[in-house]
Design a protein around this ligand. Structure first.
Ligand SMILES: Cc1cc2nc3c(=O)[nH]c(=O)nc-3n(C[C@H](O)[C@H](O)[C@H](O)COP(=O)(O)O)c2cc1C
Length: 216
């Protein structure tokens, strides 16, 4: 039996980037984090770690530090100062104007360690994959609470900056942050690729590649 409510919730979710100012109640935040922590994880190691920022000062401190890093990177790229200013300012507002910001990290310390690089990279990726699954739970849980949310990948570009500002343990690697709050503006429906562009059906010894003219 298909759980139509679940499918409808997945279909309905959209990234929300503008929020009303009212804070998200602590009990709601706890429910969101509990839902995130129900995700599957490699070896069931549950490598996700969440740093919750609710107050203005901590959000501003993070946004400022990330903004300075962004400015330095773009200046090194030789970008126009006006474009850099606009980008930094947009990133700052997005973080500071969200009532709730959750920085999501992968704790590499709980994963297995091997003598070779190949398997260590696999463990690293498993930690990242598991953490991303927790974030999808978080997004859907936020929606079920009547809240909007959006992932921002900024921390991935400046993990050391984020670690410094938040005094993270050295094994915690910042992956992304999630802004959450009551939606002040609706999201927009972003297109998705068609099934034939993303799926290869394999049956027996026939392999149907996307765009293939084979009919068998
Ligand atoms: C790993 C990841 C990183 C993302 N980073 C950003 C970001 O930095 N800024 C942003 O506005 N949206 C970000 N998004 C949201 C995507 O833009 C969004 O999910 C995509 O356009 C599809 O739109 P939808 O979520 O409304 O369906 C990110 C999403 C993911 C999964």
């Amino acid at each position: 039996m298909i759980d139509q409510k679940l499918i409808a919730a997945i279909d309905k979710r959209q990234s929300i980037r503008r929020y009303h100012r009212e804070p998200v109640a602590r009990t709601v935040v706890e429910r969101l984090l509990a839902a995130a922590a129900r995700a599957p994880s490699a070896h069931n190691r549950q490598p996700w770690r969440f740093v919750v920022l609710e107050d203005e000062t901590s959000k501003q401190r993070l946004a400022n530090a990330m903004g300075e890093r962004l400015r330095a990177d773009r200046a090194a790229d030789g970008d126009e100062m006006s474009a850099i200013d606009a980008d930094v300012s947009r990133s700052y507002s997005r973080i500071t104007e969200a009532p709730l910001v959750i920085v999501v990290c992968a704790n590499l310390g709980v994963m297995d360690h091997y003598p070779d690089r190949r398997r260590n990279e696999a463990e690293y990726l498993m930690a990242v994959q598991s953490t991303a699954m927790a974030v999808q739970n978080l997004l859907l849980a936020a929606q079920s609470e009547g809240l909007g949310a959006c992932v921002m990948c900024g921390p991935l570009f400046c993990p050391d900056t984020v670690a410094d500002v938040l005094c993270l343990p050295c094994e915690w690697k910042a992956q992304m942050l999630v802004t959450i709050g009551a939606a002040a503006r609706r999201g927009s429906a972003r297109p998705r690729l068609a099934p034939e562009e993303i799926v290869i059906w394999v049956s027996g010894d026939s392999l149907r590649l996307p765009g293939s003219r084979r009919s068998d």
